[in-house]
Design a protein around this ligand. Structure first.
Ligand code: NCD
Length: 308
């Protein structure tokens, strides 16, 4: 691996060899822990804290399982029951938690830049892992998506990948693009209604599409995104039925893609809004494989950051 990771904040500017190394490590840890049935004591005595200021099902649970399966102690900080609700600032919360000794802090926050802010203000040697900040980055999701794709299509430079939905507000889209570009994906198409497409200057090398039928044509991988209503300032959308009509991934649309195209979605999925149930549950869906890979990728990241 070319650079030693101290924190994991973004995949932007991470090189292909570092990404491949993390994916390889995820696969070897999957074998070493017998697909999650055996614990490894690599991080015994280390303490990992989950600090989630936004809701999470997959990411929080998989970080917890990842840390436990490596033998670490895990604390799930309960924001609702904490002094954050009594007005304590983020920095006072950070320094209070650090005073109890932490090795890693897994943070999710609605504000882009929060994980980096914590890195700059940490008083200890705690490692900070970004579990999703605003629309900025979700690096472990980018890695687990890359791993899921690599398992089926190891040759990234043959791949056309379409990312469809609320790209504007999606930290997943950003981290996926960074990983896919580093790994040499041939083409990346970003698709959605105009109001939910980003400024093209933010995504050099990607093409923007408003017509999903065109975008899906010949794609090898289709990554669907949820409408992130919690990040929309004004209502940017027609009603959900009209959205599904134009941007929902149906079996019929999927037939336009390359044969055997992979269907991914970071979850939570909204059936009948961005994806039809028959596709989400169909033979081309890799959604639950993504979830499974999430644990091993997070084990790899924690091992990389924390193992002495
Ligand atoms: C995503 C997130 O929180 O960014 N979910 C996830 O981590 N698996 C995507 C979303 O919320 O739509």
């Amino acid at each position: 691996m070319s650079t030693h990771l101290r924190h994991l904040i973004t995949l932007q500017n991470m090189d292909a060899s570092t990404i491949q190394h993390l994916l390889n490590r995820a696969e070897s840890l999957r074998e070493a822990c017998a697909h999650g049935t055996r614990r490894i004591e690599l991080l015994r005595g280390r303490t990992v804290l989950n600090l989630f200021f936004e809701p999470s099902t997959r990411t929080r649970t998989s970080f917890e399982l990842a840390a436990r399966r490596l033998g670490a102690d895990v604390v799930n900080f309960d924001i609702a029951g904490s002094s954050t609700s009594k007005g304590e600032t983020l920095l006072d919360t950070l320094h209070t938690l650090e005073a109890m000794h932490l090795d890693a802090l897994i943070v999710r926050h609605r504000e882009s830049g929060t994980p980096e802010f914590l890195v700059h203000h940490a008083a200890s040697a705690v490692c900070v892992v970004n579990a999703g900040d605003g629309n900025h980055a979700h690096p472990t999701q980018g890695l687990l998506d890359a791993l899921t794709i690599r398992q089926h299509r190891p040759n990234f430079n043959l791949l056309t990948v379409t990312i469809c939905g609320d790209v504007l507000h999606s930290r997943v889209a950003r981290s996926d693009v960074h990983a896919l570009q580093a790994l040499g994906a041939r083409a990346i198409r970003l698709c959605g209604p105009r109001a939910l497409l980003p400024d093209p200057s933010e995504f050099p090398g990607c093409t923007l599409h408003e017509d999903f039928d065109d975008a899906v044509e010949g794609s090898d991988v289709i990554i669907m995104l949820r409408l992130q209503k919690e990040r929309m300032i004004a209502t940017l959308l027609p009603d959900e039925a009209a959205y599904f009509e134009r941007y929902g991934l149906t079996q019929e649309r999927l037939r336009r893609s390359a044969s055997g195209a992979l269907v991914l979605h970071p979850g939570p999925i909204n059936r009948g809004i961005e994806i039809a149930s028959e596709v989400a549950d169909g033979t081309q869906s890799r959604i639950l494989e993504q979830v499974a890979n999430g644990v091993f990728v997070r084990m790899a990241v924690l091992a990389e950051l924390l193992a002495r």
